[in-house]
Design a protein around this ligand. Structure first.
Ligand code: M6R
Length: 621
């Protein structure tokens, strides 16, 4: 969850670190800090640490005008796990002897045992974090490491220390006795490296490197990297040469900038036509058949899949719910969709004939990674749907189908969601094609309909003024309920998730038919209910459910299909979306709900892109 950045090279490191942290702040914003190795001539090198609770801007204001020198350093934005989000617990942490500093993303699960051991040996601690244990341990091992072997003693001390750590972590260290050197290590938490023009960098994700290079090396589990201005050396934990996973990112630095929009979320909502277009690009051959070049599973294997299991978290889980309808309807394969954090701790009955689809925008969500690993260990083939090339999920799955949404910076996921649904529906059609569950012309017709989606999303975006007006009313509500049936259900759940995460209003989504089994008791006079009521085989049932809540005082906003004038008789407000195939409606109906959430959050003065308590990439359990 935390954002980490490291730089060693010819330039003053402070500017590079602060700029890098600005691009990584979406990973956590409880505190921010930097350490510089101040090695000005004529004096022993010192570590200069500045760290402050709160947003990055607090740190930026704090260091403005300070004499912070050094061309090697580390920076960190924190999403607190162990210890309150205060100055003391902010990273970097420095060893008691003042020699070593560390930044950390993840959790050291055995920190309590290690801390007791260090306390017994006379070490003292200044923070409540698990991280401080690591830096004390490395400092304790340094002298021994310095007496054995060639090269960086810091790297050797880190290798020894890491063998004693349990948990998921990426860590980066500097030592004042080795100015110009950064040592990094990772286990189950992301760390990417880059080198350009006499400078080496590390970051917790590629967004932090984009301003410098698009050629990236992802460190693999239990690999240690030594960064100097001249280059990067990677070893395993025994010091043997190794190499990470090298790839080139096709994102542009401008893709990770706001480009005139007031917030990243708004920009990303408006990028959806382009993102969907990109995700559809090049998926067919000259005969109109689907070809999935990035899906490296033999067709024969996919043809014989007898069950699909989808695992994901949050918004990605909702796209998995949409996929269930598409795969079952088009490919005639039974589908189960499960929250990754639940799947990973039960004993699912899996077989080699099952296909597990793991969905994750970031490709770094700890629970989704663990669920995918759990499935692979039991012989299932795992296909990843992810937005990030080179991410852990992309590397560890048997095959990948990339969404091509470009960097998603806002914590609230929008364009990743629509592109996930598109990618999953392409997968559904591909399976249908392989199994001959659809005729080729049917597959071609569905694809043609999908290619019309970008222009239709463009049309839906025109409802923004209407949603901004409605947001003024919704913002005054005590609660907001969303309901839908069939593919409307995942959108109801997603609408509620979006609203609660950025506006902090109590919002819940329900299957419309379940309302009368309990949730309807919540309805009181004027309570807003959002109903997914587009044309389809369950529309008349939804109308009945709308009547049931209206009869109890609800004010209903219906998301309906253009031309449906009758719906106005049943609802107080209607937002229309174009008429499309029923299975494609979620890709349109979610857009007004994203805009509604955005404008409610604005009306309530919330921090839209960095809502409280959350972080973009959830790399801890
Ligand atoms: O990167 P992932 O798709 O694995 O992330 C999963 C969830 O953490 C994510 O979708 C989260 O629910 C969003 N903040 C929702 O907007």
């Amino acid at each position: 969850m935390c954002g980490i950045i490291g730089y060693t090279g010819p330039d003053p490191a402070l500017r590079v670190l602060l700029d890098g942290l600005a691009t990584l702040e979406y990973r956590g914003y409880d505190s921010a800090g930097v350490v510089l190795v101040d090695d000005r001539p004529g004096a022993p090198a010192e570590l200069a640490v500045r760290k402050r609770a709160g947003k990055l801007q607090v740190l930026v204001d704090d260091v403005a005008g300070q004499d912070l020198t050094g061309s090697t350093g580390l920076g960190h934005t924190r999403w607190a796990t162990h210890g309150d989000p205060n100055d003391r617990n902010a990273h970097p942490h420095v060893s008691g002897d003042g020699n070593v500093a560390v930044i950390h993303n993840g959790i050291i699960e055995n920190y309590a045992d290690l801390k007791s051991e260090l306390l017994a040996n006379g070490y003292t601690f200044r923070s409540d974090t698990d991280t401080e244990v690591v830096v004390q341990l490395v400092a304790a091992l340094y002298d021994r490491a310095a007496q054995s072997g060639e090269g960086s003693p810091l790297a050797r001390a880190v290798r020894i220390a890491v063998k004693r750590l349990e948990g998921a972590f990426s860590l980066a260290f500097v030592d004042r006795r080795e100015p110009g050197v950064i040592v990094a290590v990772r286990r189950e938490a992301p760390m990417v490296l880059g080198h350009r023009d006499g400078a080496s960098l590390l970051a917790s994700d590629v967004a932090g490197l984009l301003a410098h290079t698009r050629d990236v090396e992802a460190l693999l589990n239990d690999q240690v990297a030594i960064l100097t201005a001249d280059g990067i050396t990677v070893t395993d934990l025994d010091g043997a040469p190794a190499s990470g996973h090298r790839f080139t990112v096709d994102w542009d630095v401008a893709d990770a900038e706001m480009q005139g929009f007031a917030h990243f979320m708004l920009k990303e909502i408006h990028e959806q036509p382009r993102a969907v277009r990109e995700t559809l690009l090049g998926r067919t051959d000259d005969d109109g058949r689907i070809v999935l070049d990035d899906l490296r599973v033999p067709s024969e294997e996919l043809r014989h899949v007898d069950k699909v299991v989808i695992v994901a978290c949050g918004t990605s889980f909702h796209s998995g719910m949409v996929a269930k309808y598409a795969i079952e309807h088009w490919a005639h394969i039974p589908v189960e969709v499960e929250i990754a954090s639940e799947f990973r701790y039960r004993d699912p009955i899996l077989s080699p004939h099952m296909l597990v689809v793991a969905i994750s925008q970031s490709g770094e969500t700890a629970d989704t990674l663990a669920a995918a690993a759990h499935a692979r260990a039991q012989g299932a083939t795992v296909v990843a749907i992810t937005n990030v090339v080179g991410s852990s999920l992309a590397r560890e799955a048997d095959a990948v189908l990339y969404t091509r949404a470009g960097p998603e910076i806002a914590v609230a996921s929008t364009k990743a969601f629509t592109t996930q649904m598109v990618a999953l529906e392409i997968l559904a059609l591909y399976l249908a094609q392989l199994r001959r569950a659809l005729f080729p012309d049917e597959v071609a017709d569905h694809l043609a309909r999908m290619h019309a989606l970008p222009a239709l999303i463009e049309e839906v975006l025109d409802c923004e003024r209407q949603m901004a007006d409605l947001a003024q009313t919704v913002a005054r509500a005590r609660y907001v309920m969303f309901f839908g049936r069939h593919v409307g259900l995942p959108i109801a759940l997603e609408g509620a998730l979006k609203l609660k995460e950025i506006s902090y209003l109590h919002a819940e989504g329900f299957p419309a038919g379940e309302m009368k089994h309990g949730p309807i008791a919540l309805i009181d006079e004027g309570g807003p209910v959002v109903a997914l009521a587009t044309r389809g085989h369950v529309r008349s049932k939804i109308i009945s459910n709308i009547e049931q809540v209206k009869g109890r005082g609800a004010v209903v906003l219906a998301i309906a299909t253009e031309g449906d004038t009758e719906i106005k008789e049943h609802s107080d407000h209607v937002v229309y979306v174009p008429d499309v195939h029923e299975l494609l409606t979620p890709i349109l109906t979610v857009v007004p709900l994203q805009l509604l959430s955005y404008h409610v959050a604005i009306a309530l003065g919330r921090d839209v892109d960095q809502p409280r308590n959350l972080a973009k990439t959830v790399t801890v359990e």
